[in-house]
Design a protein around this ligand. Structure first.
Ligand SMILES: Nc1ncnc2c1ncn2[C@@H]1O[C@H](COP(=O)(O)OP(=O)(O)OP(=O)(O)O)[C@@H](O)[C@H]1O
Length: 224
């Protein structure tokens, strides 16, 4: 089953009344259970593509179907519902809420996952925290954790609502190499358990772990 399908997607930014094309005529489908890496040089459009895929920003033209739903004409709140149902996102800089505990951070997406009953929340949070190896740290605040542990919390938060696809933008970019490898092992383990994974990286050794590599060069996509 196709989870994310881009058809002729283009993106441009307007600056000083000029249009700057960033992505041009992107066509790609991500299937259930795949591990896809989006790679390529800095500034060529990788993060922009991931933002479109994760419904964080709209394309300028083309059609994007997430879990079969065309997203172009959806309103903000409809997009939030679709994101809450299907998407998990992990960023390079963790993006945890500093005055919330691990448990509160991980719980957050459930507020936007209206399809999940509140009776299930506690067990889902416990399961997500356990599955990233952080049982016992539920009441810690982010600044009491190492960088690698903070990224694990971010991953737990991204998977707590059992999304169809997990997007990650340079998830090891802020970590030293050993900690980064541990985080990659965790993401690979989640993939082996069935999670569809789409990851942006400029690191070849990380890209090689993926089943499919999509190269973004000058806004064009090439499968390698
Ligand atoms: N909000 C924005 N407004 C204007 N231009 C933008 C915006 N976001 C991105 N761009 C431009 O789009 C291009 C692609 O940026 P993007 O962040 O997608 O590249 P990238 O391949 O992810 O780079 P990196 O590996 O350095 O993160 C860049 O030239 C960038 O300046």
């Amino acid at each position: 089953m196709i989870i994310a399908q881009l058809k002729n997607i283009s993106k441009e930014y307007k600056q000083a009344n000029e249009n700057h094309p960033v992505l041009q005529e992107i066509n790609v489908a991500i299937n259930e259970g795949e591990f896809v890496a989006i790679c390529g040089p800095s500034g060529h459009g990788k993060s922009t593509l991931l933002s479109i895929l994760a419904l964080l920003e709209p394309a300028t033209s083309g059609e994007y179907l997430l879990a079969g739903t065309p997203v172009a004409s959806l309103h903000r709140d409809q997009l939030a519902v679709l994101r809450g149902r299907h998407v998990g996102i992990v960023f390079q800089s963790f993006n945890l809420i500093g005055d919330m505990t691990v448990q509160e951070n991980v719980q957050l997406p459930l507020k936007f996952a209206s399809h999940i009953k509140s009776e299930e929340h506690e067990a889902l949070v416990r399961h997500a925290i356990n599955s990233v190896g952080l049982a016992g740290k539920e009441n810690f605040y982010p600044d009491m954790l190492s960088g690698g542990q903070q990224q694990r919390v971010a991953i737990a938060r991204a998977i707590v609502h059992k999304p169809d696809i997990l997007f990650a933008d340079e998830p090891t970019g802020n970590l030293d190499s050993t900690t980064g490898e541990d985080v990659m092992k965790l993401l690979e383990a989640l993939h082996k358990q069935g999670m569809t994974l789409c990851l942006v990286t400029h690191d070849e050794t990380i890209a090689e772990k993926a089943q499919r590599r999509l190269l973004i060069h000058d806004g064009h996509l090439k499968e390698i």
